[in-house]
Design a protein around this ligand. Structure first.
Ligand code: IPE
Ligand code: IPE
Ligand code: MG
Length: 261
């Protein structure tokens, strides 16, 4: 078993069994998660939606630690979409407030665990107080060598692609015949980050909701009915075990190795 998981999973537990099934030489380098179901989780308990988001931030903490201990290189969490501004104002305000609380609380853990933070999304539209906290954490963790936690905030996949096209035109440096997929990708917010190998969506919805549209071209998709606030390390391990059973063919007739950055 991976050194960093010793003492983290209890011997004989469900998590332990799952971890033993994992082939650590074939880990997904990048796991992306559409964290969904906070509102329903709260509704089932007769609580306001924000309590679901609060509970969801505990799952963020657990999955981040589990991902880092597992040895993932990148973990991307979809936390706020461009479309989420349509929600009632009080929910939106509290969501950004929760993010700030989360950053204040987790900042020290980022350093302790060598995590790097990177934000993708339309930064100009992120509330100033939250943006300040995000930039501070990005700077403080920039030289860390562990897993990169990518937070998708005020993020929209189509907007990202349009913005990349604008940046290419503005640069005036790319001739049409020189523009290929790799070059285009270097203008996206995820420049330098390998495409997700595994995309997880919680709460059973069968859609991608404008998340990483370009980057998930060949991601393996794993959907669970579990609501995000109930998502635990065991679910992440299960997703990785299932991922490793898939044949990733990338259009070929045989399985091909992909993923490892
Ligand atoms: C996901 O939970 C969190 C965000 C989108 C910020 P939801 O708030 O979408 O929860 P449901 O889908 O209403 O249950
Ligand atoms: C997707 O969840 C966005 C995030 C997880 C941040 P939504 O709850 O906003 O997606 P839809 O509306 O169900 O597609
Ligand atoms: Mg939702």
């Amino acid at each position: 078993m991976w050194e960093s998981l010793k003492g983290y999973v209890k011997p004989g537990s469900v998590e332990d069994g799952l971890v033993r099934e994992i082939d650590f030489s074939r880990l997904p380098a990048h796991v992306a998660v559409i964290m969904d179901g906070n509102g329903r989780w709260a509704g089932q308990r007769g609580l306001p939606r924000i309590e679901g988001h609060r509970a969801g931030s505990r799952s963020v903490r657990e999955v981040t630690e589990a991902g880092a201990r597992l040895g993932l290189k990148y973990l991307t969490l979809y936390a706020f979409s461009k479309e989420n501004w349509k929600r009632p104002r009080p929910e939106v305000v509290r969501l950004w407030g929760l993010l700030r609380e989360y950053l204040k609380r987790e900042g020290p853990n980022f350093m302790e665990n060598g995590l790097r933070l990177r934000v993708i999304g339309d930064r100009a539209g992120i509330p100033a107080l939250a943006m300040r906290e995000l930039e501070r954490t990005e700077k403080a963790t920039a030289a860390n060598g562990g897993m990169t936690l990518v937070l998708a905030l005020n993020y929209g996949g189509r907007a990202e692609i349009v913005e990349a096209a604008r940046a290419i035109l503005r640069s005036g440096r790319v001739r049409p015949r020189d523009l290929d997929e790799e070059r285009f990708g270097s203008f996206l917010l995820t420049a330098g980050i390998p495409d997700p190998d595994l995309l997880i969506r919680t709460s059973g919805e069968l859609r991608v909701s404008n998340f990483l549209l370009w980057q998930i071209a060949y991601a393996e998709i794993w959907i669970t009915p579990v609501l995000w606030p109930d998502f635990r390390r065991e679910h992440l391990f299960r997703a990785v075990v299932d991922y490793q059973k898939r044949d990733r063919r990338f259009g070929d007739v045989h399985a091909r190795e992909g993923g490892e950055a």
